[in-house]
Design a protein around this ligand. Structure first.
Ligand SMILES: [Zn+2]
Length: 217
């Protein structure tokens, strides 16, 4: 594995605070790997969420927008090579408890060339997400608890698609009507938006008087 390859998620292991600091291990070394259960490698697109949390694992990745079909639809094909950067950490809360909680903390960001709703030219919109998810044993539980609590609750999986979650979360952060702060080209309201005039017809004040008189008679 090449840690510098930008297309592959890089596994970075943080020292386990409870068991004393260990050297940060990157995959491939293999010398001590067999004796260290925490040297498990995790794949972002099929993540064993529970193991990841138990290991306090960390995953980070960067891939071009073109690998996210739904984001590409939002940019109308622009910005295919723009990077989407993300990182995730796993955590077990209440480890000694009967029902320890499995958590995943996610950050992600990108800059998408969306379409300005005022001038229809591309506008770069920075999108950033920072969110934590609690994982429960099954979908039914996740649906019920997600509705009932303010926390984001998901169902545990041994092959959870973290990259898809990154895309889901970024999509939810997109502005409904992206706009330039100041559009680069002057906006010509009259031809582009004839509705503005139509909604506010200018009435001749004398015509109004006429209507009033009719109303009285
Ligand atoms: Zn604009």
């Amino acid at each position: 594995m090449q840690p510098d390859d930008p297309t592959k998620p890089v596994v970075v292991r943080e020292p386990d605070a409870l068991k004393g600091a260990r050297p940060v291990l990157r995959g491939g070394g293999g010398r001590e790997a067999s004796s260290l259960p925490s040297n498990r490698e995790f794949a972002a697109c099929r993540l064993d969420v529970k193991s990841f949390a138990e290991d306090a694992g960390t995953l980070a990745g960067e891939e071009p927008v073109r690998l996210h079909e739904r984001l590409m639809a939002e940019t109308q094909g622009r910005g295919a090579e723009v990077p989407v950067r993300w990182s995730a950490t796993g955590e077990v809360r209440n480890a000694g408890h009967v029902q320890p909680q499995i958590w995943l903390h996610l950050t992600a960001n990108t800059v998408l060339p969306l379409t300005c709703q005022r001038c229809l030219a591309p506008v770069d919109v920075a999108v950033a997400v920072q969110r934590s998810f609690r994982f429960v044993p099954d979908e039914e539980m996740a649906a019920a608890q997600d509705d009932a609590s303010e926390e984001d609750v998901l169902a545990l999986s041994r092959s959870f698609d973290l990259v898809e979650l990154v895309e889901d979360e970024l999509l939810m952060e997109l502005p409904l009507a992206p706009r330039h702060e100041a559009c680069p080209a002057p906006v010509q309201l009259a031809p582009a938006d004839p509705g503005v005039e139509a909604r506010r017809p200018r009435e001749n004040p004398f015509a109004l008087l006429g209507k009033l008189k009719i109303g009285k008679s």
